[in-house]
Design a protein around this ligand. Structure first.
Ligand code: NAD
Length: 510
């Protein structure tokens, strides 16, 4: 049986919750033009606690027009990097000063454990600080051809960036796109995930207080196939930065093709954690428990397949299962909680479906359904399947919940084949004390990011992105600056013109 906090504790409802959420367009909170709304549930009671404006094409048109005006009329794109940077630092200060409230709302809306939601709020502030500093330090290339030419790069913001984000750690993932898009002088239209619009509704006030000019930030709530789709197909939106499922990414890629937009795609994952027999087993177990059960397992980089070398396999599975059973499931607002409630009943049903399937595909050694005492709400016991074969669906498909598949391997070659044997390629975690193997394996594994003897601890300067079905393009550090800017090449001739001259020949041929 899993450890739980007291299940009889009732859900916590934050004070001063809004009853409805509007769009934010051109500095004003507005309803949808047709008045449409959608319901938002809280994941503990699964009751509707607010109505959010459901944006359609007409609302997206308004938001894009406002963002376009703010871009062409300024002042934001033309401001000195230092001036924009100051605004971004103020945003970070405000986010930090409101971290407790932000975490409370995020935890209530998404079901994330409160302590983890607090960490995400601080990370959101850090994203703004990081890009505020980076644009001030930004240098662009100059190429000299001595005596003949100087060529330099004129870096420019692109225009209206469309930002489409998912429901897992929503505020932090929004900050990840907003930070670089704004730092580089673009204006934006954000379309947050429809399951979790609450924390996004705080941006407007934060940005106004920080002094972001009117029209630079716009937000349209709504369903993906309506508001999101209208943004993707809007001719005045040259950039789409999308984070979400791989299948949605494919659809957006196709829908954006006629407009030839810039696309950044951060998609799904089924990342392997590979544990060799020589690894520090205590550290590997702690890290792989955290790697799949933190953030309720609703984490794109979750190490949701653990490959373990045969010599230590039985010991690993036994210890892992015992520790997984001790992971504390509880109400999201309870500080002791390690796994809270999944975001939405639809997602809960999906994860429960995979757990039932897993019982036919592998050996259940921990969890396996609802934790005792939590008869309602989207709670799932941390669930561990051992002996999972490579062709099992729970090995191949992203579950995006607190469910992990453990598979044995004999040799390094077999481990690599298993690690690479899925369509995804986002992250990989490798546990070994053999230096040669660690690097050889890291360089051969098909993953955008690799951690050696470590959990997912990310330096904001490093590239972030996946390969295969996990994404297209890399953001992170200056790569995000590259995505959100055009690099115009300006060529200057020095001295006399150095080109062949046409049209100077005597037509008579004399
Ligand atoms: P999702 O693809 O269902 O939705 C993501 C966003 O896209 C939402 O705002 C949604 O409204 C919008 N959307 C849906 N259909 C659309 C359409 N046709 N046109 C335009 N927009 C549309 O994803 P989700 O369920 O919200 O999030 C979970 C997924 O996100 C998982 O697959 C996870 O791995 C992935 N994810 C990836 C990363 C990463 O960096 N690689 C990070 C976090 C989450």
């Amino acid at each position: 049986m899993n450890h739980t906090t007291d299940a009889t504790v009732t859900g916590h409802v934050p004070a001063d919750l809004p009853e409805r959420i509007q769009h934010y367009i051109d500095g004003e909170l507005v309803d949808s033009l047709d008045g449409a709304t959608f319901e938002v549930l809280d994941p503990v009671s699964n009751e509707t606690y607010l109505q959010a404006a459901a944006g359609k094409q007409a609302d997206v048109d308004r938001a894009v027009a406002a963002a376009r005006r703010a871009f062409t009329e300024g002042p934001w794109p033309g401001m000195l990097p230092r001036e924009r940077s100051r605004v971004l630092h103020r945003i970070a200060d405000i986010v930090e000063s409101r971290d407790a409230r932000l975490a409370e709302l995020e935890s209530f809306d998404s079901g994330l454990p409160i302590t983890q939601a607090l960490g995400q709020a601080r990370r959101a502030a850090e994203n703004f600080r990081f890009f505020a500093d980076l644009v001030v330090a930004q240098a662009d290339d100059t190429y000299k051809v001595p005596g003949r030419q100087v060529n330099y790069v004129n870096r420019k913001p692109i225009g209206v960036a469309g930002l489409i984000t998912p429901w897992n750690t929503p505020f932090m993932l929004e900050s990840w796109k907003l930070g670089p898009a704004l730092a580089t002088g673009n204006t934006v239209v954000l379309k947050p995930a429809e399951f979790t619009p609450l924390s996004a509704s705080l941006w407007a006030e934060i940005f106004e207080e920080a002094g972001l000019p009117q029209g630079v930030f716009n937000l349209v709530n709504g369903l993906g196939e309506e508001a999101g789709d209208a943004l993707v197909k809007h001719p005045d939106v040259p950039l789409i930065s999308f984070t979400g499922e791989s299948s949605t990414g494919q659809l957006i890629f196709a829908n954006a093709a006629p407009y030839l937009k810039g696309l950044s795609m951060e998609l799904g994952g089924k990342s392997p954690a590979v544990v060799f027999a020589d690894a520090d087993l205590d550290a590997a177990i702690d890290a792989t428990i955290f790697g799949v059960f933190s953030l309720n397992g609703e984490r794109c980089t979750a190490g949701s397949r653990i490959l373990v070398q045969r010599e230590v396999y039985d010991e690993f599975v036994e210890r892992y299962a015992a520790q997984a059973q001790r992971v504390v499931v509880g109400h999201p607002h309870d500080e002791r909680t390690e796994v809270g409630a999944l975001v939405h009943p639809e997602h809960h049903d999906k994860v429960m479906g995979y757990i039932e399937l897993g019982k036919t595909e592998g050996r259940l050694v921990a969890g396996g359904g609802r934790p005792e005492g939590f008869e309602t709400g989207n709670f799932v016991a941390p669930t561990v399947f051992a002996d999972v074969p490579r062709d099992a669906r729970i090995f191949q498909e992203e579950i995006f919940g607190p469910v992990v598949a453990i598979t044995p391997f004999e040799t390094e070659e077999e481990a690599l084949e298993l690690a690479n044997g899925v369509k995804y390629g986002l992250a990989a975690y490798i546990w070994t004390n053999d230096l040669r193997r660690a690097h050889t394996f890291a360089q051969s594994v098909e993953a955008g990011m690799v951690w050696l003897n470590s959990n997912n601890v990310r330096d904001l300067r490093t590239p972030f992105g996946g390969v295969k079905a996990s994404g297209l393009g890399h953001e992170g550090g200056y790569r995000s600056i590259d995505f959100y800017t055009d690099q115009q090449a300006v060529h200057i001739t020095l001295g006399a013109a150095h080109h062949p001259t046409f049209g100077k020949q005597d037509p008579a041929g004399g």
